[in-house]
Design a protein around this ligand. Sequence first.
Ligand code: NAP
Length: 248
Amino acid sequence: MSGPLDGQVAVVTGSSRGIGRACAIELAAAGATVIVNYTANQAAANACLMDIIKAGGNGIVVRSDVANPEQAKQLIDTAIESFDKVDILVNNAGINRDRTIARMSVEEWDTVIQTDLSSMFYCTSAVVPGMRERNYGRIINISSIVGQMGNMGQANYAAAKAGMIAFTKTAAKELARNQITVNAICPGFIDTEMVSALSDEVKTAVLANIPLGRFGTAEEVAAVVRFLCTEGGFFTGSQLSPNGGQYM
Ligand code: NAP
């Protein structure tokens, strides 16, 4: 595979399915060597890598629960041991455990904060030393429209995703001197398993609030990731919002 990201190494957390999978395939199609990461669904992660290889790309699969600080560090260490460096980090792994604040358990709160927010810090802090040495890096954090506008029943998820935006701005300021850009993508509702799990009633209500009248696709988010890694070198600390106009 040959393209604008030839010779670059990308880690995409949570790339066995959904948006992460589309990002892994898109970055590989642009020439990057991709580390496909998962925590539970090995068959899906292997299938993602097979699709990359069949299309002429290169990569490996690494199992790692990025909500765990040691395993997140191990993921980045494995990438560096295998391919010498990490040029691109996409912090994508995420879950939701929806419940109103009055009913939400401490476990539901903690699990979402660990998986969606803390994992980004664990992986980012592990890639930064090498990126600084080489004066180059692209860090892309997959936040959410919910982090921008809040949402009923998602206090844990909204807090994690808003935290990602604030972290993105701070990291962008800290790392700009090393030509490392850090950006957040805040997708609206994207047609993945996370959204197909919603009831038909909720889906209809959501669609009524999307001016473009449809859910987005994982590929449309992956195209933004690719842009940030190729022509988007003057973006840092930004929030890019593929959301069909749901939040302006
Ligand atoms: P998805 O289809 O549910 O896929 C989630 C991915 O994350 C899977 O690959 C899963 O791996 C992985 N994952 C979950 N916990 C992990 C952990 N602890 N360590 C490593 N990997 C883990 O989700 P999605 O809809 O593609 O969402 C991807 C990201 O986009 C999330 O951060 C989500 O919050 C964000 N987002 C989604 C939407 C949307 O509408 N779908 C909108 C805005 C933002 P396994 O296969 O091993 O479980």
